[in-house]
Design a protein. Structure first.
Length: 87
């Protein structure tokens, strides 16, 4: 994201995020739905997040996987259903 104003770049350089089992802050859109420019910006944002964000999750806590990991949620709920906790 080289087209950002300098004050915004400086702000983003200092941002750090540490979460403890919070829900996912965003969901990944399929690459086929994005333009090349959007893909480039997403890669930049993911790189920054990888450098500056930490998320600590306790074992198989379902909350941090909302809304982006629906397959995990479905498997989780089916497992509970098999144990008889959900009908």
């Amino acid at each position: 994201a080289t087209d950002l104003p300098e004050p915004v770049k400086e702000l983003l350089e200092g941002v750090h995020c540490i979460t403890f089992a919070s829900p996912m802050p965003f969901h990944m859109t399929a690459e086929s739905s994005l333009t090349p420019q959007q893909l480039e910006k997403r890669q930049w944002a993911l790189g920054k997040a990888g450098q500056q964000f930490d998320n600590y999750v306790n074992n198989n806590d379902v909350v941090p996987r909302l809304p982006g990991e629906l397959d995990f949620i479905q498997t989780f709920v089916e497992g509970i259903r098999l144990k008889g906790a959900i009908r």
